[in-house]
Design a protein around this ligand. Structure first.
Ligand code: UD1
Length: 431
């Protein structure tokens, strides 16, 4: 049987750049991967087939749809629109083969348990950017009355008498943990109050759609969510459109800043990017903003910056690697502190191979700019690290080959084509 990994190896692509680039034009931002994943999982709570618009064409979305189809659901996915019907979903075991390729598969746990009273999900295991446990998801479900055990690498959860609303206080803010519990609470009996909930726009969209589908949720966008469960009654969910991907948008803003090119982004929500825009402004860029576009007017001289990654609305960890690449081109010393994940600096050694001057002390990177980067063969290590290498390659002298871009393909919709559209010579080749 062909596994996902053998498929990847056979189809291993890499990106090649030629050297210093100047870009100009417009890039259309895709729908947010991190909003799409919980919203696809949410279709498990629906009695109707759900139509979702503005889905990004990325591997993670196809993986989750495949997982649902393995469980018995049916779907069509074409031209950024999916129609998902979970009325035929009968299996409740999310197997290792898929879960190991995408940790966010854990998002099916809450909704499957809430609907069927039992669910097994393979433990996701470690990942490139750190341990990433799911203990908070499990503890919260136990509070709601689930019995949870770990057997043979699987989380086995049962709730024979259904889930019951209760007070949940997350010890730490967790994005997928909040989404999982909101979905479980949607079908639970009675009221669930989640304290220290994540406030990311992707969690907000999930709550808004559930709210519009008959699940009363108060406190949307705040750290305290109050959810009135339907006591097992499945939902009718109308067609909806995924919000723009703020991390993809932030990455292209960094492309404008690092290449000193004026770029306009379309289908973007600047309100979701406040912390990112503020840091780019500190570094010298200026912006023209409309309700759904952002134009970056980059500065000729990039200023150094201090960044601490934190939960939304603070600066996102998913933009740390890209800003680190940008900081190599700043005139002076930047300090970048990673507070969310313990091992999220693997791009540093690859950037050093391109000539960057960076020292790493635990979770703090000090970047001494400005250095002239030079092209090299480099390896993508995780999703956002991959885009940092692309940014660096756009200002390096000579050719860069970025290998293992299956990481990039997990979350960036047509990155090479979008960059080509604004004049880049980047090309995708086969190993
Ligand atoms: C989500 C995003 C990811 C982003 C991250 C932080 C998706 C699909 N992924 O990941 O792109 O980088 O938020 O903004 O939306 N933690 C625990 N126990 C748990 C859960 C989390 O200790 O049960 C810790 C994690 O190890 C981490 C922190 O809490 O240190 C935040 O993690 P979390 O918000 O859960 O990240 P994800 O939801 O996995």
């Amino acid at each position: 049987m062909r596994t996902y990994f053998s498929f990847i190896k056979r189809h291993m692509d890499y990106l090649k750049t030629e050297g210093i680039e100047s870009l100009s034009g417009t890039i259309k931002i895709s729908g947010a991967k991190n909003a799409s994943l919980p919203l696809i999982a949410m279709t498990i709570l629906a009695k109707n087939s759900v139509s979702i618009k503005n889905l990004p064409q990325v591997a993670d979305i196809r993986t989750l749809l495949k997982l649902l189809s393995n469980l018995g659901a049916t779907y069509e996915f074409q031209d950024e629109k999916a129609v998902v019907d979970t009325s035929t979903l009968t299996q409740t075991k999310a197997k290792y083969d898929i879960v190991r390729t995408m940790r966010a598969s854990i998002l099916v746990l809450g909704p499957i348990l809430a609907r069927f009273g039992h669910c097994e999900v393979s433990l996701p295991g470690g990942c490139a950017i750190g341990q990433r446990p799911i203990d908070l998801h499990l503890k919260a479900l136990e509070h709601m009355g689930a019995h949870i055990s770990i057997k043979a690498g699987y989380v086995e959860a049962t709730a024979p008498n259904g889930l019951k609303g209760c007070n949940i206080i997350f010890d730490k803010i967790t994005v997928t943990g909040t989404a999982n519990i909101v979905m479980a609470a949607a079908l639970a009996e009675g009221q669930t109050v989640i304290t220290n909930a994540a406030r990311e726009p992707e969690v907000v969209q999930l709550c808004e759609i559930l709210n519009a589908s008959g699940v009363k949720i108060e406190g949307i966008g705040t750290a305290i969510l109050t959810i009135e469960g339907t006591n097992g009654k499945l939902l009718h969910i109308d067609e909806f459109t995924i919000i723009p991907d703020r991390i993809e948008a932030g990455t292209y803003l960094c492309a404008g800043a690092i290449t000193k090119s004026e770029l306009t982004l379309e289908n973007v929500n600047a309100k979701h990017l406040s912390a990112v825009l503020a840091k780019l402004e500190e570094m010298g860029s200026r912006f023209t903003i409309t309700p759904d576009t952002i134009t970056i007017h980059p500065s000729e001289n990039i200023k150094p910056v201090k960044i601490i990654t934190q939960e939304y609305p603070a600066f996102p960890t998913d933009m740390q690697a890209q800003f680190l690449a940008l900081a190599t081109q700043a005139d002076g010393t930047s300090i970048i502190e990673e507070r969310l994940f313990e091992n999220r600096f693997m791009h540093v050694s690859e950037l050093q191979r391109m000539g960057a001057n960076i020292t790493l002390n635990g979770h703090v990177a000090t970047v001494y700019g400005k250095t002239q980067l030079s092209g090299a063969d480099v390896m993508a290590t995780d999703l956002r690290a991959s885009s940092a290498l692309v940014l660096a390659a756009l200002v390096a002298i000579g050719e860069t080959n970025i290998h293992r871009i299956y990481h990039l393909d997990r979350g960036y919709d047509s990155l090479d084509k979008k960059l080509q559209g604004v004049g880049s010579k980047i090309i995708r080749l086969k190993e």
